[in-house]
Write a protein that binds this ligand. Structure first.
Ligand code: HEM
Length: 463
């Protein structure tokens, strides 16, 4: 590692305004980040166009950016501008007082008190999806597609008290495709210095994908406003009822119609995409590591037997939770793109960052670093036993981010994933569906190229 004898970290020499580097990032962001780390060390500086960019790979420096000095940073505005085209001005996008107000208003909807109610809806969705699979003793299916539809169904049930059924299945499939189109387009845009307007002819697919999702969300909100006398206990009801006591703007502190629409869009998208990615990779790690899967299955059998899980059961399924945490270490659903803009000159470790510096954090690299996770490519749920977790370097494991902008849906996602994982293991044994290991590709979330074929064998057919 280079000596810390300057205040600016080492990094690649900027040629042609840094555009070749930007091109490299666009082709393979995670590979480029890994290369930068192995080549230049724990802090890397690069010039890209007019930007001074910094990447930190040491957990304590990462925590300084995201946690200890969070007030000195905002989200990278180019990233939020790309998200804003779909999410509007939701809690994912806003900054300052607006963000604080929205976060304060949304937080109770994602707290432990509401989880038991959501858990019942999550379990109902999972039972319906798993019981609808063909009755054959053994089948090979695209697990990614199955869990994406399932997590979308969960978000429809918890957000709108609606569900996927025969009458709207085509719409759910169209929504899955629309999300893919938008994610791909978003990835492209992140690595261009500017966005081309959506009316450009070649962007018709992005335009129609956004239109489709916008129509879906607005229709649900409209239906709710028209429905009188039906009390729902879902997230939409919470968004409509919530008041900010400190607000004296004259509207009683309620979220405006457009704000409700924007939060719904973020909950719909952020609420199913990432969870689906995590469950996809969990299916694979269970299929590829039958011994660990067996141990998780034994735990599920012992605690639940054949009965459906409840929220209260989750503390009794610690090993199952460990398999999910270890999966998110090896395959973080949001592996990169945690980026910040320095509002003023700041010092991170020994490094001086000028005002306006752009900082990137890449959980993918931190979570595959042998210093924090020995033999990092080995799948080992023991890393997340109580003892293993206590020994972990703070800031080395960041699937949900850290600091004030940590994922608001952390508990929701953890609850959902554990319930679904338990129900899969109650019914099936998993095996890889193809000889070649899946290749991860960054599409905002981390997805396998070509889906995730897995072989599911019904347990009652096993000796
Ligand atoms: C395995 C599942 C999930 C993962 C890995 C994940 C990951 C993340 C990460 C890394 C961030 C922070 C980004 C940053 O610091 O710039 C984030 C923020 C966020 N997530 Fe999640 N997320 C998950 C599930 C969910 C769910 C289920 C919801 C909602 C139902 C959700 C809603 C949000 C929102 C609204 C934010 C922005 C929070 C803010 O800026 O104040 N996420 N998520």
């Amino acid at each position: 590692m280079p000596p810390h004898n300057t205040t600016v970290p080492p990094g690649p020499v900027s040629r042609f305004f840094g555009f070749p580097l930007l091109g490299q990032m666009r082709r393979d962001y995670l590979g480029t980040a890994r290369h930068m780390h192995s080549h230049y060390g724990d802090a890397v500086h690069a010039r890209i166009g007019p930007e001074h960019t910094f990447e930190f790979f040491r957990p304590d420096w990462v925590r300084e950016v995201l946690v200890e000095q969070a007030r000195n940073f905002i989200r990278w505005e180019r990233g939020t501008a790309v998200f804003a085209k779909v999410h509007g001005q939701s809690v994912l996008v806003t900054e300052g007082d607006t963000w604080q107000r929205q976060r304060r208003m949304l937080q109770p909807g994602f707290g432990p008190k509401r989880m038991a109610g959501y858990a019942q809806r999550m379990v109902a969705a999972a039972a319906q999806a798993l019981d609808a699979l063909p009755p054959q003793p053994t089948q090979t299916l695209n697990f990614e597609h199955m869990v994406t539809q399932l997590t979308m169904d969960v978000v429809l049930r918890t957000l709108f008290s609606q569900q996927i059924s025969d009458s709207n299945r085509a719409e759910a499939l169209a929504a899955e495709q629309a999300v893919q189109v938008i994610s791909r387009a978003g990835m492209e845009e992140f690595f261009w210095p500017f966005s081309l307007p959506d009316w450009m002819p070649h962007k018709w697919s992005v335009r129609s994908a956004k239109h489709m999702l916008d129509g879906l969300v607005r229709r649900h909100i409209r239906q709710r406003r028209q429905a009188t006398g039906s009390e729902q206990s879902d997230l939409l009801a919470m968004l409509m009822a919530v008041r900010d006591d400190s607000d004296d703007s004259g509207d009683g502190g309620a979220l405006s119609d457009e704000e409700v629409r924007d939060q719904c869009m973020t909950i719909f998208l952020a609420g199913h995409e990432t969870t689906a990615a995590a469950l996809t990779w969990w299916g694979y790690t269970m299929a590829a590591h039958p011994d660990f899967a067996q141990r998780a299955q034994d735990e599920v059998d012992q605690i639940l037997g054949q009965r459906p899980p409840r929220y209260e059961d989750l503390p009794q399924l610690p090993y199952l939770a460990q398999t999910l945490k270890e999966t998110m270490r090896l395959y973080p659903p949001a592996p990169s793109l945690i980026s910040r803009r320095a509002l003023r000159p700041v010092q991170i470790g020994p490094w001086q960052l000028p005002q306006g510096a752009l900082v990137r954090v890449t959980p993918w690299v931190l979570q595959h670093d042998a210093r924090w996770f020995p033999e990092p490519e080995r799948f080992d749920p023991e890393r997340f036993s109580s003892a293993g977790q206590a020994a972990q370097e703070r800031g080395s494991y960041l699937p949900f981010g850290a600091g004030p902008r940590v994922c608001i849906g952390n508990l929701f996602a953890t609850t959902e994933m554990t319930l679904i994982a338990a129900m899969v293991l109650q019914r099936f044994r998993l095996a890889p569906g193809s000889a070649a290991p899946p290749q991860p590709v960054l599409n905002v979330t981390l997805r396998p190229t070509g889906g995730m074929p897995l072989q599911l064998t019904r347990r009652q057919n096993l000796a």
